[in-house]
Design a protein around this ligand. Structure first.
Ligand SMILES: NC(=O)c1ccc[n+]([C@@H]2O[C@H](COP(=O)([O-])OP(=O)(O)OC[C@H]3O[C@@H](n4cnc5c(N)ncnc54)[C@H](O)[C@@H]3O)[C@@H](O)[C@H]2O)c1
Length: 357
């Protein structure tokens, strides 16, 4: 793998490209992380120079100039979706390891181009499916995969949070094709399902822009089938106030007002589980199992934690060859394929059989 500047102390040199809503979160962490030396920020918005000054790093408005002038090991790319491929490919061609915000890209053709370029240039690509670093997500995955709930029968997901009007003014790309809550938000639920359990083989979706009337959707209802026949459903909307949205209930990011509510229900043949409430319910005496019998509720002591610092530490370890990307380009490409199938089903009104090739 390419190594441009790694020092003997193992600290890698990083810079950010894009420091808007999520890029700022990464910048703040990078600036305080022992595992890296944070050296520069690039954003086309000149007002972001103040952020660079605040962190004591150099500022650029042209990322090509930055990667030419700075000696870097890796870049943190947090740009609008349609820029992921061209900027990612240019960084790979410059021999830089890439931590790319999700979705990997907006289309599969772009994902292939980016992945090929990282392979050709021998650099790592880590996609920011950050939830995979939350200890509660990791523990739930282990419970499901170990059979603690029995065979998984189904999963029910509700994601509903009201996006303020400023969100669409600050990022007009969010109202246009290539933006939209399927690629910005639902992709996380799809990635979670793949991480928790396995591959999705078919999706059917109803998609609506009835409320906001943007080019992109505001509300989506999805039915999914895993390859072993397990079923899942997701209802998502960014147009209604509610208590039931992943970011608000998990407390991962201070940007979101914390609420309490269960957003996932995992249903298994031996037990079921609420998430993030982590209440497990089951029949304690298997000889007395059935809807006429009392059911046991057990409160599990598993806590959520901020996954973003661990994700960035992981990127540093990936650069140093100590770990392999938890979400590689190929893995994120599969999440993108399943997510785009939701979109396609909504457009065609037909179930979509997913082909991961
Ligand atoms: N993992 C997460 O929790 C999470 C959360 C939000 C967004 N995202 C993803 O992160 C990406 C960015 O989303 P956001 O909400 O932060 O967007 P944003 O619009 O708030 O920020 C994008 C930033 O990129 C800058 N920019 C645009 N073009 C540029 C260029 N050519 N060179 C340098 N800077 C440029 C903009 O000025 C802006 O500051 C999207 O892909 C989104 O899907 C991930």
């Amino acid at each position: 793998m390419a190594t441009n500047s790694q020092k003997s102390d193992g600290r890698v040199r990083l810079a950010s490209i894009g420091v808007g809503m999520i890029g700022h979160v990464h910048a703040k962490i990078a600036a305080g992380l022992n595992e890296c030396e944070y050296v520069a920020i690039c954003d086309t918005d000149p007002d972001q120079e103040r952020m660079a000054q605040g962190y004591g790093v150099r500022f650029y408005t042209d990322y090509k100039e930055m990667i030419k002038k700075e000696t870097l090991d890796g870049v943190i790319v947090s740009l609008p979706n349609e820029l992921h491929e061209p900027v990612g490919t240019a960084c790979a061609e410059a021999g830089l390891h890439i931590f790319m915000e999700k979705p990997i890209t907006s289309t599969i053709a772009e994902a292939d181009k980016l992945i090929n370029s990282t392979q050709r240039n021998n650099v790592h690509l880590l996609i920011a499916h950050h939830r995979r670093f939350n200890p509660m997500v990791v523990a739930t995955r282990k419970m499901i995969r170990s059979g603690e709930l029995g065979d998984l029968v189904g999963v029910s997901i509700l994601w509903c949070m009201y996006k303020p009007s400023e969100y669409f003014v600050a990022g007009p790309w969010r109202r246009q094709k290539g933006g939209g809550p399927i690629l910005i938000n639902t992709i996380h639920e799809i990635d979670n399902l793949r991480f928790f359990y396995g591959e999705i083989e078919r999706v059917y979706a109803e998609v609506s822009n009835k409320t906001r009337r943007f080019e992109v959707e505001d509300t989506v209802s999805i039915s999914l089938r895993f390859t072993d026949g397990t079923l899942a459903s997701i209802l998502m909307s960014d147009a209604a106030p509610s208590l039931w949205g992943y970011e608000c209930t998990m407390g991962e990011n201070p940007h979101f007002y914390p609420t309490k509510g269960n957003i996932y229900h995992f249903l298994g043949t031996k037990a079921s589980l609420t998430f993030p409430g982590m209440t497990k319910v089951y029949y304690a005496d298997p000889s007395k199992a059935g809807w006429q019998h009392p059911i046991t509720r057990e409160q599990l002591n598993i806590k959520s934690a901020d996954p973003y610092p661990d994700q960035l530490k992981h990127f540093c370890k990936v650069i140093n060859g100590e770990e392999t990307p938890r979400t590689s380009g190929e893995d994120a490409r599969k999440t993108l394929i399943a997510t785009l199938a939701v979109h396609e089903s909504g457009m065609t009104g037909k179930p979509i059989q997913i082909d991961y090739t």
